[in-house]
Design a protein around this ligand. Structure first.
Ligand code: ATP
Length: 344
């Protein structure tokens, strides 16, 4: 059952179409990320859901109610932006209670709800402070509490972690996910950071030039990318030009080696790709020369040149595995399931 439906949404600014036929059904309580490079239309879709932009075509339905033309304040949506956007002249408690005051919630109930929200975000004692007395991460948590206090039906997060430093980003994203699950609130999270999207989402929509290239769980997006764009945008990828020798049996040739994929392929040329952790040094395979090796603690990252390409291999750092010397001649292989066949 879909709780939030985006039905063939389109948006043009003047003659420029920035969102093309965007379709998505989100279940109640689901956490969905929109992931894509700058300018792909993520924010525009989010702003249409919030009611700040009117779609050129298509419908937005929340819990069975068509809100396509409803005003933002009629949609029961909570939103958090990249910049904390707290009211500087209001205390933390007043910021959190702001939406409730606007909605006419009585003082006693308001104060109870504010206390509850401050506990939820782990800042029970900071209600009397002003935003300038808080760190960036704390301000963003207050912004989250302010968005959640009126009990919205949907929570929209537009790059809420981008302005924070790396360590805070990781702890805050985990906190956001915990709070989201605790409340069971349907959430859309916009990001251009693939690790962020992979780590906290139920599903990811990978966007590219105003369309959804692929929608799937983090594992589906990473392990079975539907397009070359998705494969390259999410995670590191090694690509090889390959000639299909036997389309029915899936036999291909990459410079210097034949590889049996054991799956039907299109005839002609394909792009054969593998993640760094799928490629390994093997007795047989694509001839390669090691060009560098880095020790990263839990993994060793090896660089090599193979079939005219720079490739990257990651392998677990097990005691006793030496780093290969630059210049070493090796062969590279992957298990059949580790080879991705990409179409443009
Ligand atoms: P970013 O991560 O940089 O915010 P995004 O994926 O969220 O990127 P959008 O902000 O949705 O992208 O913008 C999509 C395209 O629409 C961009 O090319 C942008 O310049 C254009 N655009 C957005 N808002 C307007 C507007 N009000 N008028 C004209 N063009 C706009």
């Amino acid at each position: 059952m879909s709780f939030l439906t985006l039905d063939h949404l389109q948006k043009s600014f003047g003659v420029t179409k920035v969102v093309h036929d965007f379709d998505l059904a989100i279940a109640k309580g689901e956490f969905v990320s929109f992931l894509g490079p700058s300018g792909c239309g993520k924010t525009t879709v989010l702003r249409m859901v919030a009611g700040f932009e009117t779609p050129t075509a298509g419908r937005i339905v929340i819990d069975g109610q068509d809100v396509t033309r409803a005003r933002p304040n009629q949609r029961q949506i909570g939103m958090v932006f990249q910049s904390y956007a707290l009211f500087p002249n209001l205390t933390v408690a007043e910021n959190v209670g702001f939406g409730l005051r606007v909605a006419g919630v009585a003082r006693a109930e308001r104060s109870g709800r504010v206390t509850q929200m401050l506990e939820l975000i782990g800042l029970p004692d900071l209600g009397a402070r002003y935003p300038w007395q808080l760190s960036g991460g704390q301000q963003q948590r207050v912004a989250l509490a302010r968005a959640l206090a009126p009990r919205p039906r949907v929570l929209l997060l537009d790059e809420p972690l981008s302005a924070l430093d790396a360590k805070i980003r990781v702890s805050l994203r985990n906190q956001i996910r915990e709070i989201q699950q605790q409340l069971g609130i349907t959430t859309i999270f916009v990001t251009h950071d693939q690790e962020e999207a992979l780590s906290i989402s139920d599903r990811i929509v990978v966007m590219h030039k105003g369309i959804a290239d692929q929608t799937g769980t983090p594992a589906q997006i990473y392990n079975q990318p539907a397009t070359e764009f998705v494969a390259g945008f999410v995670g590191t990828l090694n690509r090889f030009d390959a000639e299909v020798l036997d389309a029915a049996r899936g036999l291909v040739r990459v410079e210097g080696a034949q590889i049996a994929l054991d799956r039907p392929l299109p005839a002609g040329r394909i792009i054969l790709a593998a993640r760094p952790e799928s490629l390994r040094i093997a007795p047989e395979g694509i001839p390669a020369e090691i060009t560098g090796a880095e020790f990263l603690g839990s993994v060793q990252r090896l660089r090599a040149r193979a079939a005219g390409q720079e490739v990257v291999l990651d392998r677990f750092n097990e005691p006793g595995t030496e780093l290969p010397a630059p210049g070493a001649q090796v062969h590279l292989a992957a298990q059949q399931a580790g080879w991705l066949v990409l179409t443009a």
